[in-house]
Ligand binder design. Sequence first.
Ligand code: RB5
Length: 162
Amino acid sequence: MTKQRIAIGNDHGGYEYKLELVKVIESLGYLPVDVGSNGRESTDYPDFAEKVGQMVSSGEVDMGILICGTGIGMSIAANKIKGVRAALCWNPRAATLAREHNNANVLCLGARLIPMDECIKITKTFLTTPASKEERHIRRVNKIKMIEERNKICGSKNQKQA
Ligand code: RB5
């Protein structure tokens, strides 16, 4: 059986955590796909959010993990990509609900705010919790997809000329 692929990306704020979470991904029997960054030098989180988001959106990987200082920038950026449901999770309960209720496909973590051991628990929970098959949750996730469709070109009439 082919292993599920998990894309993982980080900026400088998330580099140390990424090294540990790659091991967690492997220990669960998944294949990590590391898109960087690969050092402590300053980098821009949107670059890595876009890479991981595109891999999830295209189906090249099954899920994604993004780590920056707060997880906020990563989640904002990744959620710009069609089909991405990126969830910023701060404890395992949030990770459970992000999977069950929102069928989230990208986990965002804040390395400057959440201790490493808690991030490991969050990651294990996120990757092993299935999405709920209850009709109300499926209906709500479908409504998110419909928002994406309806708003593909949204904003053009509100944008001021530069
Ligand atoms: C980098 O200093 C920091 O802004 C970034 O890691 C992240 O927290 C952004 O949301």
